[in-house]
Design a protein around this ligand. Structure first.
Ligand code: NAD
Ligand code: DAU
Length: 350
């Protein structure tokens, strides 16, 4: 099968590409990514020379380019992760999120629809990777299930909700074989250091303040990124067309609890006296429209397809810290912007 993975140079996408390239040598994996600030080919340096892997630099907002990728490489399945993914950026520049997350998704759907019409192309599946943020915000109790009504609050979640609706519309209107999944907050290696956990790992390392929005009482449900990639693999291979699965590790923490745990882990790893890192915690102005609590009920995925998260949060967080401490070059290249200059130049030259 020729599988197109979009956004494969980003955080989650790189884990999905790695898993598929290594696990399925019989499939050809095409990674389409525009290398935005969040895309980094260093995330894939260990598999870039594999014979079943091809990188294509391109923007999914460019409909002609997307169509050409489908015909040139006879794409038979799509795993769509490319997106603008950071809530704070969506508050300052919502339109960028509409272009990539909505228009980019519709461009991919149109190309997939054409491919599906051509019986010889044997187009198999459009898998749309989405987020729990489309469901909105929970109070102190309850969990998001697959039937929870959509109620997005940020421009990011509104754009993701819109893309989810388009995917379902193409399934119902054009019988395009589609599946969706909505996952909770991921953490782990290659997470871009603008997001809470890698930002704080980097700041602790450099003795810089840890900015906690509001009172740090907002709750997120954290999942190790490799567990998300495994769930995508299981859903890609086993889910019925038209179905949706929630993905999450049943692992709720307030932000302040997460950062205190991180501070303790890093006191030990950096040989600092207990309590040193907590002094860096700084409460700052809250995010506008900040969702209070996310919690995912992933029992459908666990019961129907047998997926289980593999790591406890404390273990996953310690493993993540180890990765960042062992990969200082990656972190320095990302925070200085060097990674972008290098790869942008490489691909402009080709
Ligand atoms: P990311 O920001 O780390 O990576 C996004 C990737 O998409 C980057 O490589 C970027 O270059 C690429 N991209 C952006 N715009 C593009 C465009 N117009 N054309 C082609 N490529 C483009 O994002 P992530 O955290 O890895 O998230 C991946 C997907 O998973 C997103 O769809 C996101 O909504 C979803 N998701 C993320 C989380 C999370 O916790 N990070 C949780 C649930 C769902
Ligand atoms: O729930 C899934 C979503 O998780 C994904 O769809 C998004 O792509 C991903 O970015 C993530 O969104 P969040 O907004 O939850 O993640 P972020 O790391 O930005 O923030 C996590 C929590 O920490 C949130 O309550 C805001 C808070 N926060 C964040 C930052 C960056 C802070 O307190 N301080 C910060 O500096």
């Amino acid at each position: 099968m020729n599988i197109l993975i979009t956004g494969g140079a980003g955080f989650i996408g790189s884990h999905v590409v790695r898993l598929f390239v290594n696990k399925y040598p019989q499939h050809r994996i095409f990674n389409l990514d525009k290398l935005s600030y969040a895309g980094n080919l260093a995330n894939l340096s260990d598999i870039e020379n594999k014979t079943n892997y091809t990188f294509i630099k391109g923007d999914i907002v460019d409909a002609a380019l997307v169509q050409k990728v489908f015909t040139d490489h006879q794409i038979q399945a799509v795993i769509h992760l490319a997106a603008e993914s950071h809530v704070d950026r969506s508050i300052s520049n919502p339109l960028e999120f509409v272009y990539t997350n909505v228009i980019g998704t519709v461009n991919l759907l149109n190309a997939a629809k054409e491919q599906h019409k051509n019986k010889e192309a044997s187009f198999h599946l459009f898998y749309h990777v989405s987020t729990d943020e489309v469901y909105g915000s929970l109070g102190e109790t309850g969990m998001f299930t697959e039937t929870t009504a959509y109620d997005p609050h940020s421009p990011y979640s509104a754009s993701k909700a819109s893309s989810d609706h388009f995917v379902r519309a193409y399934h119902d209107t054009y019988q395009l074989p589609c599946v969706l999944s909505n996952c909770s907050n991921n953490y782990g290696p290659y997470h871009f250091p603008e997001k809470l956990i890698p930002l704080c790992i980097n700041n602790i390392k450099n003795n810089k303040p840890l900015p906690i929005y509001g009172k740090g009482e907002n709750v997120r449900d954290w999942l190790f990124v490799e567990d998300h990639a495994r769930a995508i693999d299981v859903i890609f291979h086993q889910a019925k067309t038209g179905s949706t699965y929630n993905i999450g590790g049943h692992n709720e923490w307030t932000n302040i609890e997460v950062i205190r745990l991180l501070c303790r882990i890093m006191d030990t790893k950096l040989n600092r006296p207990k309590g040193t890192n907590e002094k860096l915690i700084t409460f700052v102005k809250d995010r506008a429209g900040h969702d209070l609590r996310y919690a995912i009920d992933s029992s459908k995925l666990q019961k129907e397809l047998g997926w289980q998260p593999s790591l406890q949060f404390e273990e996953g967080l310690a493993k993540t810290v180890d990765w960042y401490l062992a990969n200082e070059d990656w972190l320095t290249n990302v925070t200085s912007g060097t990674y972008q200059k290098y790869y942008q130049e490489q691909y402009t030259k080709r």
